[in-house]
Design a protein around this ligand. Sequence first.
Ligand code: NAD
Length: 248
Amino acid sequence: MSLLANKNILITGGSRGIGKSIVEVLVKNGANVGFTFTSSDLAANNICKELNSKDAKCIAYKSDASKFDQCEKLVNRFLDDFETIDVLINNAGITKDNLLMRMSEEDFDKVIEVNLKSVFNMTKACQRIFLKNRRGSIINMSSVVGVKGNAGQSNYAASKSGIIGFSKSIAQELGSRNIRCNVIAPGFIKTEMTDNLSESIIEGWTENIPLKRPGESSDVANLCLFLASDLSSYITGQVINVDGGLLT
Ligand code: NAD
């Protein structure tokens, strides 16, 4: 039997990059997956067309994870389509990098809303289902930058550190109900988000990575597969790096 057979999984930001890779890996391992997107209907629909099969269902939802009321509505739509939720993956994220002296209040607030507030919105909306089922796995996407900080990314680092504190608290709050909450901290992963970094920044990062290369989206997706599955049923409150050894 497939590793994720009969699991219904909701993931934010699944139409490209790491999120898309996670959707692909989960569906290929037998899960029914609903994912959100914010802009390209065509890209989202193509992913569903490609992945839908008689063994696993894949549905895309246009929804902004930073908006509390949209998250509530999204979860209700997901329940209409899939009946219940077993795993929530909070993957949506943005960057608006700048040195503090040039960072606008708007760019600080936007990054916190999309990266951190979204995790609160979605976890709060799914909590009642996990409590009713007396099981659930929540996987939150942080970053090595949330652990170590990074010049020019104070807004992003604050949002990603916030995710770690939030997740450790939820793991303690909901553990007695068999609801797990873990954090993935990717290092430097090749996606559209990192495409616009300059050659010199990429070289600088790569030089400091013991494995001497950036990671692939699938490296992160494979950890998600483990954390979504029952193979990880005794793991909660952890921050797991997927960084080629960068933080060692
Ligand atoms: P990406 O820009 O390719 O994808 C981000 C996804 O988030 C997109 O699908 C986008 O539509 C979605 N999104 C953005 N705002 C949203 C909103 N308001 N509501 C719902 N969805 C929204 O980036 P990625 O590299 O695939 O990053 C995925 C996650 O991994 C992010 O949380 C990012 O911070 C994190 N991360 C990435 C790296 C890296 O090196 N790429 C490293 C560490 C952490």
